[in-house]
Design a protein around this ligand. Structure first.
Ligand SMILES: NC(=O)c1ccc[n+]([C@@H]2O[C@H](COP(=O)([O-])OP(=O)(O)OC[C@H]3O[C@@H](n4cnc5c(N)ncnc54)[C@H](OP(=O)(O)O)[C@@H]3O)[C@@H](O)[C@H]2O)c1
Length: 434
């Protein structure tokens, strides 16, 4: 049985998970391919400390990634380093040496994926990036192939497992974000600097890639409205529950007549929906097609082995192309050409909103807030206030009828100057139409 040879750069979580699967599952993989995938070279800065699975056989090991890319026995390079600096050099060098690349790197692909793909096409090699979004969920394959005959109208994703873990723990246990975040850091679910997760950056990079795949648009991170979860409190979950809703960090992408609206933000979603059932560090993507209607994808968004499965599956696809001598030429972005309709500002979005206030209570507060809403032609839906024995820093909620994000922003800006508010109102869209 012949073989296709692979070089792996980066032996961290994903790199070691990938090697484990390539070693332990090699017979199944060979059975599926009709030939073997053989790891011929690996690299990491501390390669001497890594314990490679014995079943891989002899493997060239180095601390210099160039020696993997240039190795005459490496046909596919897996870049599992991360970040945008060294990783970009590795991809550039692989393309220059006409070696196909598999990457798990959402950050790099979100920043410059379409340009890298253009260069890959010109070099006649392939570029695969299934692991870059939703680790173990094959959402790229779904959008690129599985439902490519459909026209995606919208999708809603829970794409950051750390945020979903934090929010669902807050909801279950009625505790603050700070408490859960500290626990998550202790358990290794959250980084010491949690900003990439809780402020939405990680989810935004993933949304860039999924939106490009779903809509064929060239998206940049600045096209996406982003708000993290830091302002969500346990009180918000209690009020959301009264409204039969839950709160999740939702990566949303929707066609409207003017274009595509993209956002990463905490939102209220009906508690009865399948998306609200996504608990803990799981990820999910709910796609709404014009013809096939609803499809839903669920699984681990990270982790050495689930992400390793995505990397190995990409290696198998690329290896098949190398063996058949016919590169698939299906863009990892699922469209021959990206661009055309630019995304439109989120201010065009129309939604019902949940407005949470913290006030030092006194007569006339509701009338004042209602007056501002009325002046923006925003219809008030309900006022919710839990029984409370203090008049200081009292939280309560007003829900309003469907209105534009622009109007809500104007109202919130005007309200923020009121002297009885302890902080600016928190405005969350209500995704009632899911
Ligand atoms: N972790 C997940 O669950 C997950 C899920 C989906 C996608 N991803 C993506 O997968 C990629 C890898 O993530 P990870 O969690 O596996 O990261 P990681 O654990 O930090 O591993 C990174 C690896 O890259 C090596 N490395 C860093 N700089 C290098 C250099 N200049 N030369 C050679 N090797 C270098 C490190 O070497 P040393 O070990 O010697 O330090 C380490 O082995 C990232 O793009 C990430 O976004 C991760």
């Amino acid at each position: 049985m012949d073989e296709v040879k692979v070089g792996i750069v980066g032996l961290g979580n994903v790199g070691m998970g990938t090697l484990t699967i390539l070693a332990e599952n090699q017979e199944q993989i060979a059975l599926k391919l009709g030939f073997r995938l053989r790891v011929t070279a690996v690299c990491s800065r501390s390669v001497e400390s890594k314990k490679l699975p014995a079943a891989l056989g002899p493997v060239f090991q180095t601390t210099d990634w160039r020696e993997v890319v240039q190795h005459p026995d490496v046909q596919i390079v897996a870049e599992l380093v991360g970040g945008t600096a060294v990783a970009a050099e590795i991809l550039d060098a692989a393309i220059e040496h006409r070696k196909s690349v598999v990457t798990a790197n959402k950050e790099l692909m979100a920043a410059s994926g379409p340009e890298i793909w253009d260069r890959a096409i010109r070099a006649g090699i392939n570029l695969a990036m299934e692991a870059s979004v939703c680790g173990g969920i094959p959402i790229h394959a779904v959008l690129r192939e599985g439902i490519s005959g459909d026209r995606v109208m919208a999708f809603y994703g829970i794409l950051n497992g750390t945020c979903n873990y934090i929010l669902t723990e807050m909801e279950k246990r009625d505790v603050s974000l700070e408490v859960v975040l500290k626990e998550a850091q202790r358990l290794g679910y959250a980084e010491a600097d949690p900003s990439a997760d809780v402020d939405g950056y990680d989810a935004r990079s993933k949304l860039v890639l999924l939106a490009a795949l779903a809509f064929g648009e060239k998206i940049t991170p600045s096209d996406i409205f982003m708000e993290g979860i830091r302002r969500i409190t346990e009180v918000d979950f209690r009020y959301a529950r009264q409204l039969k809703h839950s709160i999740r960090l939702i990566c949303g992408a929707r066609r409207i007549p003017e274009g595509i609206i993209l956002s990463v933000r905490p939102a209220l979603i009906p508690a009865s929906t399948i998306l609200a059932g996504v608990q803990g560090a799981y990820n999910a993507v709910w796609v709404k097609g014009e013809y096939g209607e609803d499809t839903f994808y669920y699984g681990w968004g990270a982790g050495a082995l689930p992400t390793g499965v995505a990397v190995v599956s990409d290696l198998m696809r690329v290896a098949r192309e190398i063996r058949s001598g016919s590169p698939e030429r299906v863009s990892p972005f699922a469209h021959e050409r990206l661009g055309g309709n630019k995304p439109v500002p989120v201010t065009l979005q129309k939604r019902a909103y949940f407005l949470r206030f913290r006030v030092d209570d006194r007569p006339g507060i509701i009338a004042k807030l209602a007056g501002i809403l009325a002046s923006k032609k925003i219809g008030l839906e309900a006022v919710l206030q839990e029984p409370c024995d203090t008049k200081r820093d009292l939280p309560f909620v007003i829900t309003v009828e469907e209105t534009s994000e622009q109007s809500i922003r104007e109202a919130v800006a005007e309200m923020s100057g009121l002297d009885f508010l302890n902080e600016a109102p928190l405005a969350l869209p209500m995704e009632t139409a899911l």
